[in-house]
Design a protein around this ligand. Structure first.
Ligand code: MG
Length: 271
């Protein structure tokens, strides 16, 4: 007799000793009772369903948004009205133009960054390259979203605009080519939804785990939990350097009048 069969026999004997009938009944109700009695007593290994039920912690309630409204626990970074959550890189007022529910790069005004620092986040950001196409390659609708001021996902007009693949829209700049090109035409609003995990450093500054990103472009998966090899850079591949657990989100002034709207993050906290 195998151990498994012996276990079942023992279980049935135990149930009968407890007065729980295991005889077959033409009555479906009795059969159901038998099944739940078996479940309560566990399977042949003695494990019960409730042994693998986790009741704590209880996930906090978040009210999801409708029609572009951020979820209830989002930190809104731009709702179309003002740049109060942003500054220039030197800490002075952000010099980008606000109007029509959007903010737009003023070429030469410089990059802007959030006043608040973030680590692991879910980001929602809507962006639009100029309807009037000028330039080509990297010179057409170029901007970028930098997590922690270091790790860029490229913004570019990549609608029928060839450039190096790890520099097109949705690329983790010079590191990861997007899986597909989900670009909309210039002048149309587009969306990135990003899960960003910050790198972790040991107390001595060595890298424990790299940064990673998952990105949806207009609802289409374009980066699937890719790991970054260090900060994204125009030239070369610089290694990781230890930095704070939280750092600003930065938007790039690359000389093109790219617009943004409806920007929010949710801080990701592990249990
Ligand atoms: Mg860029």
């Amino acid at each position: 007799m195998t151990g498994r069969v012996a276990g079942v026999v023992l279980l049935l004997a135990t149930l009968q000793a407890m007065g729980i009938g295991c005889s077959r009944s033409p009555d479906g109700e009795d059969a159901a009772t038998d099944a739940s009695a078996l479940a309560d007593a566990g399977d042949e290994s003695g494990q019960r369903p409730e042994d693998t039920e986790a009741w704590e912690p209880v996930p906090p309630v978040v009210v999801p948004g409708r029609n572009g409204v951020p979820p209830s626990d989002a930190i809104v970074l731009f709702d179309g009205s003002d740049l109060s959550a942003w500054s220039a890189e030197d800490g002075s007022a952000a010099g980008w133009r606000v109007g029509g529910g959007a903010m737009t790069v003023v070429p030469g005004a410089g990059n802007i960054r959030t006043r608040q620092g973030f680590g692991d986040v879910q980001l929602h950001i809507e962006w639009r390259t100029p309807a009037e196409v000028s330039g080509e390659g990297q010179g057409r609708g170029n901007s970028g979203v930098y997590f922690m001021e270091r790790y860029e996902i490229q913004i570019l007009d990549s609608y029928d605009n060839r450039t190096y693949s790890n520099g097109q829209a949705g690329a983790i700049y010079k590191q990861h080519i997007p899986l597909v090109n989900a670009s909309r035409a210039p002048g149309e609003w587009q969306v990135y939804d990003v899960v960003f995990t910050a790198p972790r450093f040991a107390a001595d500054g060595t890298l424990v785990s790299p940064a990673s990103m998952t990105v949806f472009h207009n609802g289409v998966l374009i980066q699937n939990h890719v790991e970054l090899r260090g900060p994204t850079s125009y030239i070369g591949e610089p290694p990781y350097e230890v930095h704070a657990d939280r750092a600003p989100l930065l938007l790039q002034d690359h000389g093109n009048a790219v617009s943004y709207r409806n920007i929010w993050v949710r801080e990701i906290s592990a249990w």
